[in-house]
Write a protein that binds this ligand. Structure first.
Ligand SMILES: [Zn+2]
Ligand SMILES: [Zn+2]
Ligand SMILES: [Zn+2]
Ligand SMILES: [Zn+2]
Length: 440
């Protein structure tokens, strides 16, 4: 992460005016921490080294970059064995001796490179476009492979994020490359699952944007990225309150038929489902899906994502009805052929739709077969070979956290001895009607 915390006590530092070492620019929460760092934290030894490394932020970024390149090259070692860099044509980088990486959609012998070479290429292209005042800034070269035009992922994205940040961090705060670089770093940290670090970078980015006063849309995108990270961290309540704000501001800014509004509504619904607030998630999506149908291309990613989110809210809800299940199945049946045609069968979205559809169909089929018993019926449950225990049905279509996704037991039964059990299927081998008491 970038330096947003005091190195001694880890307190969050205000974005600009914190106490700093006059020589190396290391920032502290106050004079006490600075003094302690110098006397007991080894800063007297490090200070000169940090200053020679370009100051605290640069020193930190260079160090993190070098570490991230090692991690990326190690993770790619198997894949890149015996290959050479398509930029410098060497296996080992002439200067840094780093190994090769590949983290895009390139296949076969294409796309092997050094992180340093990819970064150098991006830096030069962006500089050229800046010099010539071109509209196309070439910024995408920091996150998209120039051969396959797909985004870098995982540890490669993380190493390039640090490369980008270390390249532009010395620019003035209002320079677009600096805050874009911050966004790039956040993206890389997310891609490599460093969620906490990503969050602190994204928060620093948002407060930078707020200070320099970018258009509201840009702020909302940054805010929505933070909400995504909250979701990934399991901080659903915080994610929701941020999303509700972003959603209502998009609504005000662009109306309900704008792509960003629809995207944010979808994310909002997903967070609501994460919080088990299915009814609200359903209501929101039932309102927005018809809008999406009207304004978005049939092949738009978002069309699929909205239906998948709606399916989830319908099917995960423990209180779902037969009608909910029928709605889920027909909704997925409607988009499945389009996804297959537009994205291909191997695409994760297509695969996800097919998996969801199969699950929803199974649940629907089992629900459509009427159960033999109802709540309150007296039954005996099989508890082992020739061992039956009597009890009362207390719930139909019971589920709990430990069950496989989409699995519902037909009955939950309270045994007379007090334990709660469930019958995994509605058959005589599992649960039977209790014999009526003998007539006396
Ligand atoms: Zn401190
Ligand atoms: Zn210092
Ligand atoms: Zn190279
Ligand atoms: Zn590629």
């Amino acid at each position: 992460m970038i330096l947003t915390q005091c190195p001694v006590c880890a307190a969050e530092l205000p974005p600009l005016s914190a106490k700093q070492c006059s020589r190396c620019k290391t920032r502290y929460c106050g004079a006490d921490c600075q003094k302690q760092h110098w006397e007991a934290g080894g800063h007297d030894q490090l200070c000169k080294k940090i200053r020679r490394g370009g100051g605290a932020e640069q020193y930190n970024a260079n160090k993190k970059y070098t570490e991230a390149v090692v991690v990326a090259a190690e993770a790619c070692a198997e894949d890149t064995k015996g290959q050479t860099c398509y930029i410098c044509t060497q296996a080992l980088h002439w200067k840094t001796k780093e190994g090769l990486v590949r983290g895009c959609a390139c296949r076969g012998t294409a796309g092997f490179a050094h992180v340093s070479c990819l970064a150098e290429q991006a830096k030069i292209l962006v500089a050229e476009s800046e010099e010539n005042n071109l509209d196309d800034t070439q910024w995408h070269r920091w996150y998209k492979c120039s051969l396959c035009e797909q985004d870098y992922h995982g540890v490669v994205s993380c190493a390039l994020g640090w490369a980008c940040w270390k390249t532009y961090l010395g620019r003035p705060e209002a320079d677009w490359t600096r805050w874009c670089a911050m966004g790039q770093l956040g993206r890389g940290l997310l891609a490599s699952e460093h969620y906490e670090d990503a969050l602190s970078v994204q928060e620093a980015e948002l407060s930078t944007l707020r200070r320099i006063g970018v258009p509201e849309g840009q702020m909302l995108v940054a805010q929505s990225n933070i909400a995504n990270t909250y979701d990934l961290l399991g901080r659903f309540e915080e994610a929701l309150s941020m999303r509700q704000d972003t959603y209502s501001r998009w609504l005000k800014l662009k109306g309900d038929a704008h792509e960003e509004t629809l995207r944010e509504a979808t994310s909002c619904a997903i967070t609501l489902s994460n919080l088990h607030r299915y009814a609200e998630a359903k209501a929101l999506l039932r309102k927005m899906i018809p809008v999406a149908r009207r304004v978005l291309a049939e092949s738009d990613d978002l069309q699929f994502r909205m239906r998948m989110a709606c399916n989830r809210a319908l099917c995960e809800d423990p209180a779902k009805t037969l009608d909910d299940l029928r709605e889920a199945v027909s909704m997925l049946e409607e988009i499945e052929p389009t996804a297959r045609r537009v994205l291909g069968g191997a695409h994760p979205i297509t695969a996800g739709i097919e998996r969801d559809l199969q699950e929803a169909r199974e649940v629907l089929r089992s629900r459509e077969t009427p159960l033999r018993f109802k709540v309150g019926d007296r039954v005996i449950c099989c508890g082992g070979p020739n061992h039956w225990e009597s009890g009362t049905v207390i719930k139909l279509w019971y589920t709990e956290d430990g069950f496989a996704q989409g699995f519902y037991a037909p009955y939950q039964v309270e045994l007379d001895e007090g334990r709660l059990v469930f019958a995994p299927d509605d058959s005589d081998g599992c649960v039977r009607r209790e014999a009526p008491p003998e007539a006396s």
